[in-house]
Each structure stands twice: as C-alpha cells, then as structure tokens.
Design a protein around this ligand. Structure first.
Ligand code: PLP
Length: 433
C-alpha cells in the first residue's frame, strides 16, 4: 500500500486545495451538504472493487454474499428513514445519481414518446423533468418523451395547481412530476393526486432537495399520494452522491411496478451498482434515523428563515417573500444585477452560491437571481445568530457588486480584483476585503 500523497502528489494536492476551500469558505449552495466522515470512509472502501449486476440473491457475478447483505440493509434503512411499510413500498438503492434515478423512473413508467408534465426549469424545476428550449430538446426527458412544463402563479409565485389541472385536462399526460430544484415552499401533493387520478396519470415526486427535511418530518410527505418517489442522497439527506427510487408495491392496477423499476435501473439504464456508494448511503441513513438528524433538519429551516428575514430586513426581494424549506431565492432584478455577476463576486469573497432563474425570467440561461441554501452551514453547526452574520456578508457582497457595476473599468475594480486574488491564495480573509 502506497499512500495517495506519495503515489500521486498531484491529485493529493488538488484534494488538499478543495478541502481547504470547503473548510475556509461559506458553502451556501442549496444542493450541497457535508456528508459524515463515516459515510466517506464507507465510500472509499474495498467495496469499490466488486461487480454485482442484478439484485440481492439474483446476481450475474459470484462472490456477492456480503454485497447482498449490504444492499438489503441499505433498502431496509431507506424504507425506515421515510417511515414506509415494506408491504406497501419498495426501494431501489442502485441509481448512480438523481438524474439516472429520474430517467430510470421515466423508463419504468412510460413508453417512448409518452407525455409528461413537470415544473418548468425557469420556475424552479429540474432538467430531468422534461426540460427543453425553443431551440433544442437537450435533456433525455424531452428527447424521448413529449413534455409540457407547468408554471407558477405570477402574482403569488406559488405552484399553479389549478393551471396544472387545466393543462392536464387537454394534454392528457401519462405522468405528472412534482418536486423542484429551486422552490422555497412546500407542495400540495393532495391537489396533484386529484389531477393525476382524474386524468389517469402516474404521480411521481422528485424530492431530491427536500428528502432530509421530509425524512425528519419537518415538511409534508409525498408518500401518501405518489406512485413513485425519487431522491438524491447528497442534498438535505446528507449522504454520498447517488439516487434512490421508491415505488408502490400495493397498486392493484400495477402489480408489476417493482419489476418495472428494477429492470429500468438495470439493465435498461445502468450497469453494475457502485457498492461503495450503497454502503455510504446505508451509513448516512443510519444517521438520518438518529434524533440529532431531526434537530439538524429543524435548524436548517430555522436558519433559512433567519436568512430570509435578514435579507428582507435589508429591503431585498425574495421569491414568495420567504421560505418553508432549506433555500431562499433572491430576486436581483430590482437592483439591476444578474445572478452571474453576484455569484462571481461571491466566489471571489469565498462565499459559494449559484445563479438561478427567478419567477418571470424570460430564460433560464440569463438568470435574474441567486439561490442560497442553509444545509451545509447547518451541518457546520451554525445557528440563527450566525446566519444573520452570513446574511450581512451577502448584503455587503451585493452592495459591492452594485458598486463594481457602476465603476466598471475603474481603479476600484482593479484594486478589488487584486485583493480578491490575494484572498483566493489564502493570504487575507473576507473581513479585510
Ligand atoms: N432532481 C432534482 C430536483 C435536483 O435538484 C437534482 C440536482 O440538483 C437532480 C434531480 C439530479 O441529481 P444529480 O446531480 O445527482 O444527477
């Protein structure tokens, strides 16, 4: 055994720099979190060496007795995490990511060119929910299926449940997808179930962003209403990067749903499962079952609300004026700033956020806002008082962006770039900038 630092100092050096960036910066990307060292240990284990195409007790390779034990344990913990009865729900823990979980779910539920409806990307939906532009069908979910996006009510910026019912009546989708990447409020799953039932459509929830908050019972659960639920494991759930697909086992008209989902994951969309990742998911789910996880989830929301209140207190405009979950969407358009400008300035200040479309943006390509999440800083034990300081940093960053925009090409801008470069090299901190 030769340690990484000795065998490959180049990669070790990159890991060290990224570790330093994560430790010294403020991580406010809503889709990121800090998984536990125990989960990382499982992820970096010998399990990466093993091939195990198939399912427990039905593999195409020998030597899988321990891998079977692991996958069965991971499934059990996944069902427990969401309080699901194993007689009514099953789960596939093999998806490599949220996108592959979603495409496998569509493969299981639909025939090629069937119709689906999902929240439009500019309104907070995800690419895998049927996104396309006027110029191009760029995601598999719109290339292989016909998709019609639904939207927010412009006045309230909330999901337009009546609009979905009206669209579905005409479009007759085979599948309605709920869930989002950038929506700060909870969902009315009962209303969507009513529409899906009326039009004979499947209802699927992609809870990638909020699954940790749902497992901790701090947000409504979609399981009572949906046929299939997908999630990533690395956002609020705080596990390694991967995906899960939950499916109903008790549907009279779809007794084969379990087989359809399992076949869609392998062999339709994937090859051998990443067993090291499945071990890390299992470890993360053990942590989800502990009382401290519920405390963390409650704090994530309290922190997001403290962030929202402080920003509103500074006079800024947030989509829907606040949040029910782990993220806020900050509408920068009234200030004349774009999301990319503020996100670039924040990067230079050691604050990581992402540019994001806000309701009413003409295109998701030039977003008029930023998305800010509190999962990672809550995992670092920040409380409301700390978050108010973070919100003040963001306030200063936006004021700086405004100043730099006004002074484009000036000495001030050059000075800032020089200081930011020094800061990037780790020589000064945010306070000095
Ligand atoms: N679904 C939603 C709602 C997401 O926000 C994301 C990623 O951000 C995904 C799916 C895709 O997950 P992954 O990046 O693991 O493919």
């Amino acid at each position: 055994y030769t340690p990484l630092a000795q065998l490959d100092p180049e990669v070790q050096n990159i890991i060290d720099k990224e570790t330093w960036r994560q430790f010294t910066g403020l991580e406010l990307i809503a889709s990121e979190n800090l998984t536990s060292l125990a989960a990382m240990e499982a992820n970096g284990s010998m399990l990466t060496n093993k091939y195990s195409e198939g399912l427990p007790n039905a593999r195409y390779y020998g030597g899988n007795e321990y891998i079977d034990e692991l996958e069965i344990l991971c499934r059990k913990r996944a069902l427990q995490a969401f309080n699901l009865d194993p007689a009514k729900w099953g789960v596939n823990v093999q998806p490599y990511s949220g996108s592959t979980a979603n495409f496998a779910a569509l493969t299981a539920l639909l025939q090629p060119q069937d119709r689906l409806m999902g929240l439009g990307l500019p309104d907070g939906g995800h690419l895998t929910h049927g996104y396309y532009t006027a110029k191009k069908k760029m995601t598999a979910s719109s290339i292989y299926f016909q998709s019609l996006p639904y939207a927010l009510v412009p006045e309230t910026q909330l999901i337009d449940y009546d609009g979905i019912a009206a669209q579905a009546k005409i479009f007759k989708p085979r599948l309605i997808i709920c869930g989002a990447s950038a929506y700060p409020r909870d969902w009315d799953y009962a209303a969507l179930k009513k529409t899906a039932e009326k039009e004979g459509a499947w209802l699927m929830a992609d809870i990638a962003h909020t699954s940790g908050l749902i497992a901790a019972q701090t947000l409504k659960s979609p399981f009572e209403y949906c046929d299939v639920v997908t999630t990533t494991t690395h956002k609020t759930l705080r596990g390694p990067r991967a995906g899960l697909i939950f499916f109903r086992k008790d549907l009279e008209n779809a007794k084969d749903l379990e087989k359809r989902v399992n076949d869609a994951v392998f062999p339709a969309c994937q090859g051998g499962p990443h067993n090291n990742t499945i071990a890390a998911i299992a470890t993360a789910l053990l942590q989800v079952a502990q009382p401290s996880f519920r405390e963390y989830a409650k704090q994530v929301i309290a922190n997001a609300q403290a962030l929202a209140e402080t920003l509103v207190g500074h006079g800024y405009k947030l989509q829907t004026g606040g949040t029910d979950n782990h993220l806020v969407l900050w509408d920068l358009r009234p200030l004349g700033l774009t999301g990319s400008k503020v996100s670039t300035i924040c990067d230079l200040l050691g604050i990581t956020i992402n540019k994001n479309a806000v309701s009413g943006d003409a295109s998701a390509q030039v977003p008029g806002g930023i998305r800010i999440g509190t999962s990672a800083i809550t995992s670092r034990n920040m409380l409301e008082a700390d978050v108010k300081v973070v919100a003040d940093f963001l306030h200063r960053a936006v004021q700086l962006s405004l100043l730099l925009q006004k002074e484009a090409g000036s000495k001030l801008l050059k000075d800032f770039q020089r200081v930011a470069t020094v800061q990037e090299e780790g020589k000064v901190g945010f306070a000095k900038v």
